[in-house]
Design a protein around this ligand. Structure first.
Ligand code: FE2
Length: 288
């Protein structure tokens, strides 16, 4: 029987994102997963209120933050990983595939030689099968590419933080059309999750609920296998890939992709200020 961490999910309505604080109840060692840096696009104003809400739980539960974990380089929100790294000293981890995401977007943003594309901006790069202990509970890495090439799942005891590998059963799955995305890979990654024991708790990175239900962060493997509208245990790879590719052709770019990705491939660091003390983002024209 896998050990069970305590998990608190936080919903960020502007970007429909879930962030998590999860911890071993005995040792109080904790991880923070997919923290959001608030960003108001019209004024290009950042804020750390959502990151502070995560830290309020850390304080209230007397936790020690051992890791700050990203399931992938997000395209829909800016990451607060660096803010939390500064506040807690905890290392920031992401999947090894971040190097290829950095290479693709370095080109798009024109970042040039000054921007290394080997993942060194993060303290730790994880690959399939890597394992660490958070207090007394093992945390194992499952490579789950498809939505992006760097997507990984953190299997922490009986809780799996799946990023955008699955959405709620009534919404399905994430797009696979960003640079490095691949619908056939996503199909295989979902099969990997579906082979976990049926009661495994899957924690999602997003929810886009219909009007008649509230956002919900947690579903079991059994529920997803039975009910996911894009991919049940019986869906074939051919049918899934055809559906996913047809659907992706209809989607516009996420509102924050250009501000978000340039920050997130730097592990959540904002660009250095220029001589006037102001930080600037780069917005490439006619590239996406
Ligand atoms: Fe994503």
């Amino acid at each position: 029987m896998a050990r069970s961490p305590q998990v608190r999910g936080f919903y960020h309505p502007p970007t429909s994102t879930f962030s998590y604080v999860a911890w071993d109840p005995e040792s109080r060692q904790a991880v923070i997963v997919d923290p959001v840096l608030d960003y108001e696009g019209a004024a290009a104003r950042t804020d750390t209120a959502s990151a502070a809400a995560l830290m309020a739980i850390v304080a209230a539960e007397a936790l020690q933050v051992a890791w700050i974990l990203e399931t992938h380089a997000h395209a829909d929100h800016l990451s607060a990983a660096h803010v939390l790294h500064r506040w807690t000293g905890a290392p920031v981890g992401i999947g090894r595939g971040i190097a290829s995401v950095q290479a693709a977007f370095s080109e798009i943003y024109g970042l040039g030689e000054d921007f290394p594309v080997d993942g060194r901006q993060f303290e730790r790069l994880f690959g399939e099968g890597d394992r660490l202990m958070v207090g007394n509970i093992p945390l194992e890495i499952l490579a789950t590419p498809g939505h992006t090439s760097d997507s990984i799942t953190y299997l922490f005891g009986d809780a799996a933080f799946v990023g955008d590998t699955l959405f709620a059963p009534d919404y399905g799955t994430a797009r696979c059309d960003f640079p490095g995305g691949d619908a056939a890979q996503l199909f295989r990654s979902v099969q990997k999750l579906y082979r976990l024991s049926p009661e495994t708790r899957l924690f999602l990175c997003h929810d886009y609920p219909p009007a008649d239900r509230d956002p919900r962060c947690e579903w079991s493997v059994a529920e997803q296998r039975q009910e996911n509208v894009h991919i049940t245990a019986n869906t074939t790879e051919e049918a899934f890939v055809a559906m996913r590719q047809a659907r992706d052709e209809t989607l516009g770019m996420p509102a924050l992709i250009l501000p978000a990705v340039q920050v997130n491939i730097r592990a959540g660091r904002l660009p250095d200020p220029e001589d006037n003390g102001t930080r600037y983002l780069r917005i490439p024209l006619d590239t996406l």
